[in-house]
Design a protein around this ligand. Sequence first.
Ligand SMILES: Cc1ncc(COP(=O)(O)O)c(C=O)c1O
Length: 403
Amino acid sequence: MKSKTVKLASRVERVKPSFTLEMASKAADMRSQGIDVINFSVGEPDFNTPEHIIAAGKAAMDDGYTKYTAGPGMIELRQAICEKLKRENKLEYRPTEILVSNGEKQSLYNACQALFDKGDEVVVFSPYWVSFPEFVRLADAEPVLVNTLPDKQFEADFEDLENKITSAIKGVIVNSPSNPTGGVWGEEALIRLLKIAALHDWTIISDECYERLIFDGEFISTEKLNRDHNIGARVITCMSLSKTYAMTGWRIGYAAGDQTIIEAMSKLQGQATSCANSIGQRAAIAALTGDQRPVEEMRLQFKERRDLMVKLLNDIPGVSCAVPGGAFYTFPNFSEYLGKKVNGKVIQDSFDLSDYILNSESVVTVPGDGFGAPGHIRFSCATDKETIKRGLSKVANALEKLT
Ligand SMILES: Cc1ncc(COP(=O)(O)O)c(C=O)c1O
């Protein structure tokens, strides 16, 4: 039967596909052909979920937690989140100010849907996590890209921000520690952003999914600074179990903030996915209230890998890599290699460079252009030290052949 041409909604056109997934599928294709691929594109911990959390997931099924839960999340989990926010972040919240989602990604998406409309603008700092501009576009709003300072942990370039302020801006998304840069903003920069947001009545969406992966110094939540300094900004804090507890597949994240906004997000979520999965929610209670030593063990391993990776990258001629203060990515600058040639073909941008490294040495990386950062490439530390050494020596090898 002849199929008719499908007319898709315009939002499908407006949204970009996830190119990080494209790199991962290229790698999978090569692996299936028996090629020894080294994958630096991974956006999740390579560790398994700690055993006591897995046990709680199994017990949840045996104990009958296999049904829908309350839309905003089981009350026991929202209470555990409130206790966690008090214990770790020194923030007091009530369960009615918490929304549990299918991963933090859904909380971030819900927040944009609940807060922004057609004609609104939302500040997104560049380099950005690929989903931020897309969340904004999916809410029919427009992202306003603002530069950051690579020498200062990719904190905002406030001059650029001030120059781009318009009355259409309704919000700002900040992500510290950051994906893709690993940059961690200092208190001063966060306070400055909070004051600008309060002055212009913007809502800050603070993505703090890497809060427990800080290598130098202490993590301070944006909302904590807001309260301590009586700034009066409106902050929706979004957090995740994914990275902290190596639970990416369980899909549990949450948002904390103003009850009116949380209720609006919950209303939208209720019509999209009803609630987060019940087994994951039970496991999340065990994660938040149980033994925290595995979190520290993973953090220490990521720190060692970060140090090794930064050193080996900086050893490659023409490559410069700032030391990321958190998360599990390095974001070196390869600009010196742009414009060079291989077999008569010019390497125009970081997409070409990543592709060349993949095709010549079977090393998967993520090109910075996709994060709004030409010349950069993202390397994930979610792989063991031997693989890091082997992979980066292959990268050096590939670069040496460029003329
Ligand atoms: C910056 C950032 N925010 C949010 C998420 C999503 O986390 P979750 O697995 O909780 O949806 C990720 C995952 O890669 C991320 O890097």
